[in-house]
Design a protein around this ligand. Structure first.
Ligand code: HEC
Ligand code: HEC
Length: 463
């Protein structure tokens, strides 16, 4: 019955193999060593903690609700603090679909799903098992500029008032480098002066909501528990540490890996391209400098140097690609410029981190009806004033603000630790980083050569 006294079978297995287990008589304490590597498809990643060893016992790891879930149930150290389909599938097989991550309230495609047999549960949790998606139920404000005309939901969750959308679990790490909390920024708030409040306050609010929602608590966690959760989260920095082909990512004067990430300067607005940097410094598209030292390494007859040079070329592409950006909600419409010339860093502008340094959810088209796959819902929305009708698989930020112009907007997430957390985008639409690159190639007509695509992938998976 270990599963019920500890977060999850998968975590337990990986932690016991990876962590030092220090015991005092009668009470064993599990800790994960800071910097302990875990394998992922392209190499290894690790989490560095500013507080030394990472104790796996605090409020983040405790059941604070009624359904035996803990934060760690969905934010697993061995999955770069999110959950990934291969490990979810292992947890399903090991528990017959009873691991606490498989709970009807938001683990199932719809809470009404039949979960009476293993076979039924396999169907009920299909989006979680295939793409790591959690159901998020949101009711647009009464003042919304739109009405919901119709919902086509394959699972019986077609309510037109409280809408069910399906989203990837975001990593609960690198949060000191974060500007925007949640895909739609719904846990990012402004203070009384209209300025964005410090992310630590957002995280306190988020921890309460997560306990009441995901863990189905009947009362909020105590202030002390919330503080413990947030302090814990803010210590963690996660990044790729080694690449199968290129070796250690901090070798040869490169600065990949989580230890240097912990020293990365960040403040809200740092390097904002639209003039929002409070320091007044101008925007630079040169976002990443981790692999500068590897550029142009002599790679003839040396596979490791060749792999390092490819990563450096991918970084250079990220920093220097220039293409025409059109039709991006929150950017083209907000600036009144139908076409904007820019690169990846125009949106992923935080130095060596890659999220947007100001809260600015954008619509790059991932949720467009034209990109719908059969497993996703489709919403038909009508503008109350103009009568315009629009279809989307997830209204995104519009469910928070009620604004028509916010439909389909999501934040650009932190781009570190990517290799460990496929699939990508808010709905897991991109199975691999190659799929992400292909999305951009067609969305912004990049016409990338095969070599450029593989260099970009080599770079992204070394973050
Ligand atoms: C059932 C799974 C589940 C559980 C349990 C869970 N989370 Fe999450 N978490 C998610 C999902 C899904 C998202 C993204 C949802 C969205 O953006 O709409 C998320 C997002 C977050 C984020 C935002 C990160 C970012 O980049 O914006 C933080 C922080 C977080 N969770 C912390 C916690 C904490 C703390 C707990 C425990 C109190 C917890 N989570 C419990 C699924 C879960
Ligand atoms: C116009 C703004 C914009 C540009 C330009 C842009 N991105 Fe993004 N990026 C986003 C947004 C917004 C998301 C989240 C979209 C979603 O999930 O719906 C995202 C998501 C991603 C993700 C997935 C992260 C995750 O955790 O799922 C990767 C990887 C990524 N972008 C890489 C790139 C690369 C490489 C380029 C350049 C070729 C690029 N982006 C250009 C805005 C942009």
């Amino acid at each position: 019955m270990l599963r019920h006294t500890f977060p999850a079978a998968a975590l337990l297995a990986s932690v016991l193999s990876a962590a030092a287990v220090a015991g005092t008589a009668g009470s064993a304490t599990a800790v994960l060593a800071s910097g302990q590597p875990f394998g992922d498809p392209s190499g290894r990643f690790a989490t560095f903690s500013t507080a030394g060893d990472i104790p796996l016992t605090g409020a983040f790891f405790q059941s604070l609700g009624t359904n035996d879930r803990r934060c760690v149930t969905c934010h697993q150290p061995a999955d770069a603090w999110t959950v990934v389909p291969p490990h979810l599938q292992q947890r399903f097989e090991a528990s017959g679909g009873r691991d606490p991550v498989f709970r009807p309230n938001d683990g199932a495609n719809c809470p009404s799903a039949d979960v009476s047999t293993v076979r039924a549960r396999r169907g009920a949790y299909s989006l979680l098992l295939s793409k790591g998606l959690i159901r998020v139920a949101l009711t647009p404000p009464a003042t919304a500029e739109f009405t919901v005309l119709a919902v086509d939901n394959p699972y019986g969750c077609g309510d037109t008032r409280e809408l069910s959308v399906y989203r990837r679990v975001l990593p609960s790490t690198n949060l000191q480098l974060l500007s925007t909390v949640m895909w739609d920024g719904r846990e990012t708030f402004k203070d009384a002066q209209g300025k964005f409040q410090p992310v630590v306050d957002d995280l306190e609010h988020q921890a309460v909501d997560a306990t009441l929602g995901h863990a189905q608590a009947t009362q909020a966690p105590t202030a002390a528990q919330v503080q413990e959760i947030v302090n814990f989260e803010l210590q963690l920095f996660t990044a790729q540490v080694a690449d199968k082909a290129a070796g250690p990512l901090d070798a040869g004067r490169a600065t990949g890996g989580p230890a240097s990430l912990a020293n990365q300067e960040f403040f809200v607005g740092i390097n904002d391209p639209l003039g929002g940097n409070p320091s007044g410094a101008p925007f630079t598209p040169r976002i990443f400098s981790l692999y500068d030292a590897w550029l142009g390494l002599p790679s003839a007859d040396d596979d490791r140097n060749a792999a390092r040079a490819a990563i450096a070329r991918g970084q250079r592409l990220f920093n220097t690609l220039s293409f025409t950006i059109t039709g991006v909600g929150g950017l083209n419409d907000a600036t009144g410029q139908a076409t904007i010339t820019g690169g990846c860093g125009l949106c992923h502008d935080s130095p060596n981190v890659g999220d947007h340094s100001l809260p600015l959810p954008l619509n790059i088209g991932v949720a467009d009806a034209a990109r719908r796959t059969a497993d996703l819902p489709l919403f038909t929305l009508m503008n109350k004033v103009t009568g315009a009708v629009l279809q989307t698989t997830d209204p995104g930020r519009a469910l928070v603000t009620g604004k028509w112009s916010d439909i389909g907007k999501f934040k650009g997430p932190v781009l570190r630790g990517l290799a460990a957390r496929a699939p990508y985008f808010h709905n897991g639409a991109a199975a691999t980083l190659r799929d992400v690159v292909n999305f951009y190639d067609s969305r912004f007509a990049l016409h990338l050569a095969e070599q450029d695509k593989s260099d970009l992938v080599a770079f992204l998976q070394s973050l």
